[in-house]
Design a protein around this ligand. Structure first.
Ligand code: CUA
Length: 349
């Protein structure tokens, strides 16, 4: 009887010692790793804090997959511990049965359930937006986003690197690329879709709560790929319509002397060859439309917060802030002209 007890206690003690040693050596690191990873679970670009119908489904699928992976991992680790510590003589046990159950049956059952669950979501997520939905055309360019709101009553409204949406309304994005493959992704609102040169892809989204979110390019597209982001503002339908009406209007004529000088610097420096400012002679289409650039939340496609100080930084250190971007650094301008130009652009709200 005593021999049997010792035989039972031995592996248990081995397991306890192993767990204690693992805990003493690894727990500070595991804690740190968990904290670092958990920090990515909320915020303006988190797929785990959904703010859209598709994102809610994707988050639910993620949690089911995490549970499924946890079940498989626990079964595998349990079998490994059993084989090495409790039953180190596999020849005397039906090892093939354990391999078949743990290595084939459990993963097949769990993965089949997850496949069926995931596929069942697809038809709704891929269905087109209902007739009459808001339509927004977005073109990915190295390394910024051209955004166009289609209008049934006149010219489309063109802006850059910022998208505003009404809450609880479906919207259809018509996605294109002007150069290489980009990928349009607003993790808080839904899944991502590639933007392929010469082709139009579509994405239906429906925000479920107001807030400010972050979108990003999810396909490597060259040197400044990581600096190709945009802001998404979801607000009430009324606030959205007020904003859209304001975007439709031509640029304000500057009235401050500094901004008036800045406008002269803008045209003297040839900025209008690449940029448009509606209501003026600037009609360039190579770079972002600047009609209401001062009212946007960021500069350089999410690279800098938008204020007059950062306009000066952006104009003079363009190639340092965003390497390889098509716009040259304008560091040949005098300090006075730079300040005036920044004041003019900042006032274009
Ligand atoms: Cu565009 Cu990466």
């Amino acid at each position: 009887m005593r021999t049997i007890l010792v035989e039972v206690v031995k592996p248990v003690r081995r397991l306890t010692n192993l767990a204690a040693s693992f805990s003493a050596h690894c727990s500070p690191w595991i804690g740190l790793i968990i904290i670092i990873h958990a920090a990515g679970c909320d915020g303006a670009q988190s797929a785990l804090e959904p703010a859209g119908r598709s994102a809610e489904k994707i988050a639910r699928l993620f949690w089911w997959m995490a549970i499924g992976a946890g079940v498989i991992w626990t079964a595998m680790v349990g079998l490994a511990l059993y084989a090495t510590l409790v039953s180190p003589r596999p020849k005397s046990r039906p090892a093939s049965l354990q391999i078949i159950v743990g290595g084939a049956v459990v993963p097949t059952v769990v993965l089949s359930f997850l496949l069926a669950y995931g596929l069942a979501m697809m038809p709704d997520m891929l269905a087109p937006a209902p007739e009459g939905s808001l339509k927004i055309a977005v073109t990915g360019e190295q390394w910024w986003w051209r955004v166009r709101y289609e209008s049934s009553t006149g010219e489309p409204i063109v802006l850059a690197n910022e998208i505003r949406l009404p809450v609880d309304e479906p919207v259809e994005f018509q996605l294109e690329s002007a150069d290489v493959i980009h990928s349009f992704w607003i993790p808080s609102l839904g899944g991502k879709v590639d933007m392929i040169p010469g082709r139009q892809t579509r994405l239906k989204l429906e925000p479920t709560r107001a807030g400010v979110f972050r979108g990003a390019c999810a396909e490597y597209c060259g040197g400044s790929h990581a600096l190709m982001t945009f802001v998404v503002v979801v607000s009430s339908k009324r606030d959205f319509e007020v904003w859209l009406e304001q975007q439709r209007a031509p640029a304000k004529t500057p009235i401050e002397p500094m901004a008036m000088l800045g406008e002269k610097v803008f045209f003297k420096s040839g900025c209008g060859a690449c940029h448009a400012v509606r209501g003026t002679a600037a009609k360039g289409v190579i770079g972002p439309d600047l009609t209401h650039v001062g009212g946007r939340m960021s500069l350089g496609a999410g690279t800098l917060p938008n204020d007059a100080e950062n306009f000066v930084r952006w104009l003079t250190q363009t190639q340092t802030i965003k390497p390889e971007v098509h716009m040259p650094s304008f560091n040949m301008l005098s300090q006075g002209d730079l300040r005036a130009l920044a004041t003019y652009l900042d006032a274009l709200e």
